[in-house]
Design a protein around this ligand. Sequence first.
Ligand code: URA
Length: 263
Amino acid sequence: MDYNALLSNLKNYLDYLQLVEGDRLFINNDHIKQEFNLLNVSNTNNNISKYNNEIANVKELFHISINEENDLDWKTAKTLQEIYSKIKDCQKCPFGKSRTHFVFGEGNPSAEVMIIGEAPGADEDKIGKPFVGKAGQLLTKIIESINFKRDEVYIANIVKCHPPNNKTPVEDEWKECLPYLIKQIELIKPKIMLLLGAVPFKALLGSFHQITKERGQIFYYNGIPTIPTFHPAYLLRNPAAKKDVWVDVQLLRKIFDEQKNIQ
Ligand code: URA
């Protein structure tokens, strides 16, 4: 993409954004840090749809956001540590008020394997790290059963704060948190992902999915092979399902090894 050409066209592109009077537009990148309060906006252009792709490109390239002042900084973060320091005091959902720790995630920042759970439990809330309780100990065994070390993968959750009474988070509760995980995935760039249970499966791949029917299949999240399987907490209640997870993680290992051989 020709950055200079885009820069010179930025003003034109801004004319095509569908803004209304009173909107606030924030541009925050290495070149421009500016806020615009929009007054007297009249968007009479009839060709907006024609420009949608260009607008999406320019928005991403220039880090343009509309009415999202507080999100500016973490969205442009370049490291996991930087995102963490910018989001750790988040209070966007009700779980923020009652949490002890914001459980960001843990592991190798350049991990090739990313494992995504639902939300921190009480143990994780106390300690501030994902999967440290009984389900976490089982997860460690699962990871080691396919010859990975726990500290070479990256483990995170859809929701970063402990839901009181271990409530399963519903969409309204995870939708504010999901962009944080998406940014973590963008920075880590895993080669393969394992989703633990229905919540990450639905949140990342679509709410119509059903873990019981579709576990153990290969899906693609932004081109990354992604395998949903049962959550280790479910295995603690239903040990008979361990054999299914065994099959699913063997598949993960196989795809991972195949990718390595192709490279
Ligand atoms: N269950 C999860 O989904 N995540 C954790 O971190 C712990 C338990």
